[in-house]
Unconditional design. Structure first.
Ligand code: MN
Length: 729
């Protein structure tokens, strides 16, 4: 075993030296020894020493041509996760760059994959790329996965399927995006082996059955191309291969074909020195075989988004079997096999930070490819240019995509607005964090909610990064304001009721309120309050409606009571004569005047005073003069009962005094308020009071108490007005 380990390590060292003559062998060896010690007696499922896995994974990164740090990190890639070794230790021994790479791979390893919907899978791929930050982390992770897939046999059945599915859905597409064709093919074929062993076996068996036929066919085509190259003096390598199993599998199943019906099982490759040779070879191939129209693709002129460059053409030889020929240069070939990794290799030795290198190749990609596909690819590939996005997990493992800088608040609202509105706390990776905690790629975010939560705080709007969360919080406050509005509106409505001497308890009477709501065209009493609260409706208007209905209902009541009364007292009271709308019981045709002290209007409860020589003067029962006279017992016989008779459209003169907090604009505001209430003002005078306050005396003509009350409430609603009084009280 020990020998096998040392042998494998030796192979790795040789492989790296092949492309990196400046390798610090001691450093690589130290990494190997460190990893071997750290993994100790750990064994893999197949019984081999665990250290074999990192060595083989590192070998794959060496095949990709990765730099020394990346190869060392591959040797150490399972140390942080599986051994007592720490980031600090690795930093001390091999530097921060290696330690960060190892930590990056560890993070990806911790991402647990379970089968997901297509959109979630795409998010997960993006998240892995974003988490990796450094492209080398992804490349090491792919090497790790490739070796695990190659040695999956020893694993249990369910583990194999799980890993195969993850590889097929996550890692093979990532390898494809990175242009790593060879790795992608191998990952796909290995995944298929565990996902559909029977389908895989059928294809390999059928290919084996045809093996001799296919091999001799490929040999003959290869030779004909080689001869032609030699005749034309073109230096090139020709190879033939069967297409990889998964691509045949996909064609068979998507097109519902038998293997024999699959169009092209074979592909040939001609690798030459220069681009002009590529086009030259294309001409020779089309001269040798019959090209199939519409099957020619020039990916040299227009590279694929993943940097792939080649000429493809499909032709038919004399055997009548179609086959594909790919023509490319050596450099293009390397890129096709290793993709980004190949690019990485070419960029080695160029001075500058790793970031600059990374951006350089993305830039060159953008420059060389103007089509939208390429831009999409670059967008998906941004790695740490993913600066505008962050991907986190729900506790269930769903991936949530949020803008960079997002907080638990953004997370909660992206789940559901109710989750956000009732959030009371948040945990990231199991630890309690404040609401403004900035989420990192791969974080597992958990939100605590409570039905008792009072809702979001105002400052959440500025903490949240996503417009979704912000607008949901704003919505909540708008709704919350509705509640404030309702409370506010209810208070004004009830104050207005009080002003009109209507008890709040009257609201509960019969169906009155529901009739009122209908008339006001609102669906609920809360809607009415909210409308009053935000100013969409005045409390007065609502109260007026309510009073009308109340009166209507009471009239019915009164009529009923009167009928009862009439039945008990058959004698109707004598109908008196009305003077100025006043009915005086004892006197006919007397002179009636309305007192100036309290200016009664129809609707007021009134009392009459027989003046000396000037008929009857009418006072309100609340009039201070009347109350004083009564209290003193003066001339009790001169006070007589009077009542309002039928009043027509005559106007009654009355007055009001209005106390206000400031004089400014007072007259204008009073005039505006009263004209809106269609109350006629005959005069206004304003007197300033100490302390900037003011009092206005108004003379008005009104039809009755209703109209006067309307005027009073209008005036009371003015912001400057502190109170409105009728005189004489
Ligand atoms: Mn591993």
């Amino acid at each position: 075993m020990e020998d096998a380990v040392l042998k494998s390590y030796g192979e790795l060292e040789d492989k790296v030296k092949e492309y990196n003559p400046n390798l610090n062998t001691e450093r690589l060896r130290a990494a190997f020894e460190f990893a071997r010690k750290a993994h100790g007696n750990q064994l893999r499922k197949d019984g081999s020493p665990f250290i074999m896995h990192p060595i083989k994974a590192a070998y794959i990164t060496a095949e990709m041509g990765l730099d020394e740090d990346a190869v060392i990190a591959s040797l150490l890639h399972d140390c942080i996760e599986d051994t007592p070794a720490t980031h600090e230790e690795i930093t001390k021994l091999f530097g921060a760059s290696v330690a960060d790479l190892v930590e990056g791979v560890t993070k990806l390893t911790r991402v647990v994959y379970t089968s997901k919907e297509e959109e979630q899978v795409e998010n997960l791929r993006k998240m892995l790329m974003a988490m990796a930050k450094d492209i080398r982390v992804i490349l090491i992770k792919i090497a790790d996965r490739l070796h695990n897939m190659r040695t999956m046999d020893a694993q249990e059945e369910n583990k194999r399927r799980e890993k195969a599915l993850e590889t097929m859905e996550i890692y093979a597409p990532i390898a494809h995006r990175l242009g790593m064709q060879r790795v992608k093919w191998e990952l796909e074929d290995l995944s298929l082996l565990y996902l559909d062993p029977i389908g895989y076996q059928e294809i390999t068996e059928q290919l084996n059955e045809r093996k001799e036929l296919l091999e001799s066919f490929m040999e003959s085509i290869k030779n004909r191309i080689k001869e032609r190259l030699a005749e034309s003096g073109i230096n090139g390598e020709v190879s033939g291969r069967l297409k990889h199993i998964y691509s045949i599998y996909r064609k068979m199943y998507s097109q519902n074909k038998e293997l024999g019906e699959v169009f092209d099982l074979c592909a040939f490759r001609v690798i030459v020195d220069t681009i002009s040779d590529c086009y030259n070879v294309l001409g020779q191939i089309h001269d040798l075989f019959k090209p199939i129209p519409g099957k020619f693709k020039d990916y040299i002129g227009t590279p694929k988004p993943n940097m792939y460059q080649s000429i493809h053409t499909t032709v038919i030889g004399s055997e009548g079997i179609p086959f594909e020929v790919q023509i490319r240069t050596k450099e293009m070939h390397h890129t096709a096999e290793y993709g980004v990794a190949a690019h990485w290799k070419y960029k080695q030795g160029i001075t500058g930070s790793a970031n600059e290198e990374k951006f350089a190749w993305i830039r060159s990609l953008l420059e060389s490819q103007q089509d939208t596909d390429a831009q999409e690819f670059v967008h998906a590939l941004k790695i740490d240019m993913f600066a505008d996005e962050v991907f986190v997990f729900t506790p269930k493992g769903d991936v949530i995509n949020l803008p960079a800088g997002a907080t638990p608040i953004d997370f909660a609202y992206s789940i559901h607005s109710e989750v956000g509105n009732h959030m009371t706390g948040a945990k990231v990776n199991g630890r309690i964090v404040p609401f403004d905690h900035v989420l990192q790629n791969g974080d597992i975010v958990e939100v605590a909610t409570s039905a008792a939560s009072k809702g979001p705080a105002r400052d959440w709007i500025s903490i949240a990064k996503s417009s979704e969360a912000r607008s949901k919080i704003k919505q909540w406050f708008k709704k919350e304001k509705r509640e404030e509005n309702i409370a506010h509106g209810k208070a004004s409505f009830e104050a207005e009721l009080k002003r009109n001497n209507i008890a709040v308890s009257a609201l509960a009477e019969g169906d009155i309120m529901s009739v009122v709501l209908k008339k006001l065209a609102v669906t609920s009493i809360d809607d009415m309050y909210a409308a009053i609260g935000y100013g969409g409706m005045t409390a007065l208007r609502a109260v007026n409606r309510f009073r009308e209905e109340l009166i209507r209902a009471h009239k019915q009541d009164k009529a009923d009571k009167q009928a009862e009364k009439l039945a008990q007292q058959p004698a109707a009271p004598p109908k008196g004569h009305t003077v100025n709308g006043i009915l005086v019981d004892e006197l006919d045709n007397c002179l009636i005047k309305f007192s100036r002290c309290c200016t009664p209007v129809p609707g007021d409860k009134v009392v009459g005073f027989i003046t000396k020589g000037y008929g009857v003067s009418v006072h309100r029962v609340q009039c201070q003069n009347y109350l004083n006279s009564k209290a003193k017992g003066e001339d009790p016989h001169r006070w007589i009962d009077v009542a309002w008779g039928e009043t027509g459209n005559e106007l009654y003169h009355t007055s009001l005094s209005v106390n206000a907090d400031e004089r400014k604009n007072l007259v204008m505001e009073i005039a505006t308020a009263l004209s809106a209430a269609k109350v006629k003002i005959t005069s206004v005078s304003v007197r300033e009071l100490p302390g900037g306050k003011a009092v206005a005396f108004l003379s008005l003509d009104v039809k009755d108490l209703n109209e006067l009350n309307t005027a009073i409430s209008r005036l009371s609603m003015l912001p400057a007005v502190s109170d409105v009084r009728r005189p004489g009280v």
